[in-house]
Design a protein around this ligand. Sequence first.
Ligand SMILES: Cc1cc2nc3c(=O)[nH]c(=O)nc-3n(C[C@H](O)[C@H](O)[C@H](O)COP(=O)(O)O)c2cc1C
Length: 214
Amino acid sequence: MAAIDFIDFPREPRQNTGMNQPPRILTFAGSLRKDSYNKKLARLAAEALRAAGAEVTLLDLADYPMPIFNQDDEDAHGLPETARRFKALLRGHDGFLIASPEYNSSFSGVLKNAIDWASRAESDDEAPLVAFAGKSAALVAASPGALGGLRGLVPLRMLLGNIGVFLLPDQIAIPDAANAFDASGAFTDARRSGQLDALARRLTAFTAGLASLK
Ligand SMILES: Cc1cc2nc3c(=O)[nH]c(=O)nc-3n(C[C@H](O)[C@H](O)[C@H](O)COP(=O)(O)O)c2cc1C
């Protein structure tokens, strides 16, 4: 019988931190929109993660405008500066929390494009998928629709798993997003805060555990 081939994703060694250091979690939304519901959700998630003991960076993808990936451009110029900076941020964190808008039952093209750029090696001796392999992630979504963007998390979970990310099974989808946040950006329904706090605690603990294995 043929042996089963396992994909052996390389893991980046953790630098400057050890088991007693807080896990570093990068939090961002897959939307560029100024008033994005998912940016609001990412901001609340960042607060919840900090309260759970993580060291958090909240990123706005609008600050990292990237051209649509074209391998000819990559061959000629390598990664654009914004993609390099985004990839470096991913590399500098142990885990991710992604708030993902749902577009036509999937996640946004902006998010896919950013992941595609960051998945590319910048030199021949760079290990594959260094920005992603062995990291943790949790997914959340917000949508004006009744399902809260839940359907888009399915392909996003698949994509990230295929590039070596360990995904928390827990996720949160916020329906009726137009009424889910007040003017200050807080949840209008206090039960949502409890759910997000619980997710943040789990991601923090899961990320710390994963990082300690490296
Ligand atoms: C091209 C496009 C497709 C969309 N498809 C869906 C969809 O399949 N399901 C859904 O719940 N909302 C869908 N929406 C509505 C988005 O959920 C809504 O625009 C939301 O505000 C986007 O997230 P953001 O507020 O974080 O930018 C779609 C919006 C666009 C622009």
